[in-house]
Design a protein around this ligand. Sequence first.
Ligand code: SF4
Length: 364
Amino acid sequence: MSGANGRWQRDLQDGVRRAADLRRLPVAEADQAVAATFKVRVPASHLSLIDWQNPEDPIGRQALPSARELEFLDGELEDPIGDALHSPVPRVTHRYPDRALLYPTYVCSMYCRHCFRKESVNDEEAGYSLAALRPALDYFARAPALREIILTGGDPLTLADDQLRELRRHLEDIPHLRMIRIHTRVPVTLPTRVTPELVDALRGRLMTCVVTQFNHPREITAEAREACRLLRTAGFMLLNQTVLLAGVNDSVEIMKELCQELVYALGAKPYYLHHCDLTRGISHFRTSIDRGLEIMRALRGHLSGVCVPTYVLDLPGGDGKIPLGPNYVQTRDGNEWVFSTYDHGVRAYREILRRSPASEDEQG
Ligand code: SF4
């Protein structure tokens, strides 16, 4: 990251930047030792959100290393959703017809303990360079079905403003592209990084959509509100993906509050609720799908539809996202359907369809 020495730079400098910085915090030695295997970084302002009296504090669980990260279960994967299997050129994953992922950096403002790209952000030291991204840009230019490029990583908002501007301009030169989507935790973990200059660097021909990852209502601080206000008033679309995390947000009450505050405090539409992937070393964050469905049942109908995300599972091997439901269809017999309602009632519904002129002709 570069730029004038300001608040967010100090926030990074004063936070945890390496294993040794953990020694000044009340973190057990066995947990500190994890930093030798997986990167650690937590900005100072984010450390200040942790309730240090609670060893399972939801902010602390996501930010501080835990010895449980070294427990690898059978079936867990280094590349849980097959990013590498769908990589036609370096720094690109192209899984779906009209959109592709671009990794402009593997650096993050915080290394989230539950990250599903834990291994790639850990292994890759590669930062931003236009030369490194050239094969990706050439590939996008040769793929006319593409409409959206999703900047992910790593966290793209750790790039300097001039790097973001340069990258946006190169993407804008590809005529069939319509949108840049930016997947970022910066508004959560380093919200003061979102400045008018950053917003200006992102504004251009392409529709800009910023997808945040707030996982707990306590992450919605005054600084996070200001960051989201800047992004929204710039005219950017603002969405949020939450990861369903045991001990963080696997509670109906927490999830309801989070989804409502996302909309009412931040103006960010809850987009996906992700079932926790099969990433190695994050089993202490993984809930059952049944628990996720129970939480979704408590949201749908009870909260405004604007506040309700879609619960999805990313299939291992890169086979894409599956919407998990819940399913409200109980039975179906031809045009006769039976549905369960949001408040656990049961209602029959008869589908009434106009016969098409073709079928009327056939029957004379
Ligand atoms: S910011 Fe995103 S990519 Fe980086 S560690 Fe957190 S979840 Fe992973």
